[in-house]
Design a protein around this ligand. Structure first.
Ligand SMILES: Cc1cc2nc3c(=O)[nH]c(=O)nc-3n(C[C@H](O)[C@H](O)[C@H](O)COP(=O)(O)OP(=O)(O)OC[C@H]3O[C@@H](n4cnc5c(N)ncnc54)[C@H](O)[C@@H]3O)c2cc1C
Length: 289
């Protein structure tokens, strides 16, 4: 089968316009596993994105207070400074992904492209209210990441489109990611959570992974905490923290499968939510840029 290797975004979108059903290949750490296991057959044409410079880059917009990450930025890139300090929860999530080899090849865009409820990048994107920009030969469109993820391994991407970049607001406050698996490394999450406390807007984002058909936002837990958190110190009394964990667990929709039981997952969600909240005091309350 032909493998096209565009070297710019416009070449990539032109290639997709000519072959709208082409299979996109970034790091290949999801795609090649699916192909090797016989779960997926690539389309007649493969478009490799690894040489598209625009997808491998990132930038800060100080006026808008945002950082924009190209879809082809790898986990290893996200762990390096200054990105790790700009987006600490994303760095924490990246640190838990696979092995060094997987983190060198795997990309945030590929995580979003697969859109598994266990994808470690996805709770962070949602908790931090990131947007996704998709590009095609017809132009580009931007949407909240929660609109982009429409179901289990299903996204809003249309034929001829690719994920170009993701934009995160740079807020002061706390952001953290935590995950439970069946062992400490090289593990798909049994349950995961990202907590984002925006000290300027006084909003709470709590998003869970691996405990529902898609990642799940926790509106009751968020509202409970937003009203009761001491926003000047990012501390909460023990009873508020405990209730936060209970509400998060109640908002999860876990199932029992080969990795864990629904009961254990629900329990783990409460632990993760409380653990993240207890880490918040001492976080930088001003915006980094
Ligand atoms: C051993 C191993 C361990 C792993 N551990 C973890 C883990 O701990 N946590 C975790 O979350 N994941 C894990 N993964 C899964 C995988 O590494 C990640 O999901 C990774 O982010 C996928 O990125 P990629 O660049 O390799 O994507 P690819 O495999 O190249 O692509 C994945 C999907 O996204 C599509 N795609 C890629 N780029 C774009 C784009 N720009 N626009 C539109 N569609 C696109 C592809 O067509 C494909 O459908 C693991 C995989 C392996 C093999």
């Amino acid at each position: 089968m032909p493998v096209l290797v565009p070297t710019s975004l416009s070449e990539a979108t032109d290639a997709l316009a000519a072959h709208p059903d082409a299979t996109l290949l970034a790091g290949g750490t999801d795609l090649m596993v699916e192909i090797n296991d016989g779960h997926r057959r690539p389309a007649n044409t493969v478009v490799s994105l690894s040489a598209v410079g625009e997808l491998r880059s990132w930038r800060i917009d100080a006026d808008a207070g945002t950082v924009t990450i190209g879809a082809g930025v790898t986990y290893t890139d996200l762990l390096a400074e200054p990105l790790a300090s700009l987006l600490p929860a994303l760095a924490e999530a990246s640190r838990t992904v696979g092995s060094p080899q997987i983190r060198n090849a795997g990309t945030l865009g590929g995580n979003l492209g697969t859109c598994s409820p266990a994808g470690d990048g996805l709770p962070v994107l949602a908790a931090c209210d990131a947007t996704v920009t998709v590009a095609s030969a017809r132009g580009s469109r931007t949407m909240p990441v929660t609109e982009f993820m429409v179901g289990v391994k299903r996204t809003a991407i249309q034929p001829g489109e690719l994920i170009h970049e993701m934009t995160f607001p740079l807020a002061g406050g706390f952001q953290g990611y935590a995950k439970v698996g069946v062992r400490n490394a090289m593990v798909i999450a049994v349950a995961s959570a990202c907590l984002h406390l925006d000290a300027g807007a006084r909003t709470v984002g709590l998003v869970l992974g691996s405990v529902g058909p898609t990642i799940l936002r926790c509106p009751s837990a968020e509202a409970h905490l937003a009203e009761r958190l001491d926003w000047s110190t990012l501390t909460a009394p023990p009873e508020v923290t405990d209730r936060f964990g209970e509400l998060a667990a109640a908002e999860s929709r876990p199932i029992t499968d080969h990795r864990s039981t629904a009961e254990y997952r629900r329990h783990a969600v409460g632990v993760l939510a409380r653990r993240l909240l207890r880490r918040a005091p001492g976080a930088r309350r001003e915006r980094v840029v």
